[in-house]
Design a protein around this ligand. Structure first.
Ligand code: F0G
Length: 454
């Protein structure tokens, strides 16, 4: 089937930048992606949607039809939904690796052990570079190229850099990666190297890397691809759009996401609000954000400052992807939590490890930062904020193979000293340490027999 032209349903260029604090509207954004009037973050808005957007049924059927197309732009699980994204020029092809199109899995065992009727996982770890970042990167890298930049750059806990490196390489751009030395997994670092980034391991944490990047973009002609860049968030909206399509446009009661720099929760919330406004869904799911106890800036911001000012923390967690103490998009995230009546919770390192093993035992697997969602769900159930009969979707943000050291340490019992016996017993049941044997039939059969014993 021939592909539809890039902007079949959208009007000609249609987006503007709006400050999330003072509401100032502009047609362009500075390199720091901050409001020229008050310095707060910008978001992308589409003033002409109201008069020009096709109706909801037309949109749904267009998106469905594109699944049959063989053109790259239609095969992308991001650009397939391009009516809700910034418009491409007529002859412009996006930088795409066929991102999106990620599976929605049922988690029957995790449902059973939490007492839920139905539980789903939207697995963004199944993206081309193994994390949800690809859905945002395809949009932001495309607009970086259009803006004429030769260099793109990011600060990262690993996944953003892996994704940026790949999309920059595909788009013929140079990329500069700033990562905290010794604080990101080797898998993620190896991706940036393989895709040809100029990779700097800085002697600081993620927050220090991001601070430096903000200074750099004011001094040098590099285009920043952190989630401060609102084009990233437009692409990341498609997690929610694709999810709703997979659920036949029946909204779940809850969507639960991990919180780090808080771009992803902001993007998903924006998508939910836009879909609701456009009549694509009839009611809003609650969007809840879960953080690691040691990196709980949003939890504290909401509890201690009623969401009015950021309470930053010195972040520490083995879930290195979300080891962030000064999240850039905290205000956007606080806004969407309020708009969707979602909750914000924190979970301990033990709870994260246990949840990760439970997801793994379903044959799905994810990285530790993603597992906070299941750990958080257990807490929300206990608090009565989620009811067992409601439909819940966990956003699994990264692939299991992103952090093999964590998984191996867990199964060998070397992740941490268990503090209490009950937790230790729960962990023991989940551990499957590798067994070293002599290479004899007897040794293997005896091991099998031992495994069969209750
Ligand atoms: N899960 C994973 C696997 C991540 O890599 C990240 C963020 C998050 C969750 C949190 O998402 O920041 O939008 O709230 N990783 C970033 C990075 C910061 O540099 O790769 P967020």
């Amino acid at each position: 089937m021939p592909s539809s032209p890039p902007n079949q349903l959208a009007t000609e260029s249609d987006f503007r930048f709006r400050c999330i604090a003072c509401g100032h509207l502009g047609d362009s954004a500075g390199q720091d992606f901050r409001c020229a009037q008050c310095g707060d973050l910008l978001e992308i808005v589409y003033p002409r949607w109201r008069e020009s957007m096709p109706n909801a049924e037309h949109l749904k059927s267009t998106w469905r039809t594109r699944r049959m197309s063989s053109s790259a732009i239609d095969r992308s699980g991001v650009w397939r939904f391009r009516e809700l994204l910034p418009t491409l020029n007529n002859d412009e092809q996006p930088i795409t690796l066929r991102e999106g199109n990620t599976p929605l899995y049922e988690l029957p065992r995790c449902a059973r052990l939490t007492g839920m009727t139905r539980l789903f996982a939207k697995h963004q770890g199944m993206n081309p570079t193994g994390s949800f970042k690809d859905t945002g990167m395809t949009v932001a890298a495309t607009f970086a190229r259009r803006a004429g930049f030769r260099w793109v750059a990011c600060a990262s806990t690993g996944n953003t850099s892996a994704s940026m490196a790949a999309y920059a390489a595909r788009g013929g751009l140079h990329s500069l990666v700033l990562v905290p030395e010794g604080k990101i997994s080797w898998s993620k670092l190896s991706q940036a190297l393989d895709y040809g980034s100029l990779t700097c391991q800085l002697r600081t944490d993620f927050d220090g890397c991001l601070r430096l990047l903000q200074e750099l973009v004011r001094e040098a002609p590099v285009y920043q691809l952190n989630s401060i860049n609102p084009f990233r968030l437009e692409g990341q909206k498609t997690l929610a759009i694709e999810l709703l399509e997979q659920l036949d446009w029946q909204p779940p009661e809850h969507i639960i996401v991990p919180g780090g720099n808080l771009g992803n929760s902001s993007a998903i919330g924006k998508a939910l609000l836009e879909m609701h406004e456009l009549g694509l869904i009839s009611r809003l799911p609650k969007l809840s954000v879960i953080q690691a106890e040691g990196a709980n800036a949003l939890v504290r911001t909401l509890r201690e400052a009623a969401g009015k000012r950021l309470v930053s923390v010195q972040a520490e967690t083995r879930a290195t992807a979300i080891r962030i103490g000064n999240p850039a998009s905290w205000k956007k995230a606080a806004n969407v939590l309020e708009a969707t009546s979602g909750a914000c919770e924190q979970v301990s390192e033990l709870e994260i490890a246990q949840a990760k093993a439970e997801i793994g035992a379903e044959g799905i697997g994810c990285e530790p930062a993603s597992a906070v969602t299941l750990a958080g769900l257990k807490k929300l159930l206990k608090q009565g904020l989620v009811k067992p009969e409601e439909t819940v979707v966990l956003a699994l943000t990264g692939n299991l193979l992103k952090d093999p050291d964590y998984t191996i340490d867990f199964h060998r019992g070397e992740l941490f000293e268990p503090k209490d016996e009950a937790a230790d017993a729960a962990m023991k049941k989940l551990r499957r340490p590798p067994i070293v044997l002599d290479a004899t039939l007897d040794a293997v059969i005896q091991t099998l027999e031992r495994a069969e014993k209750p």
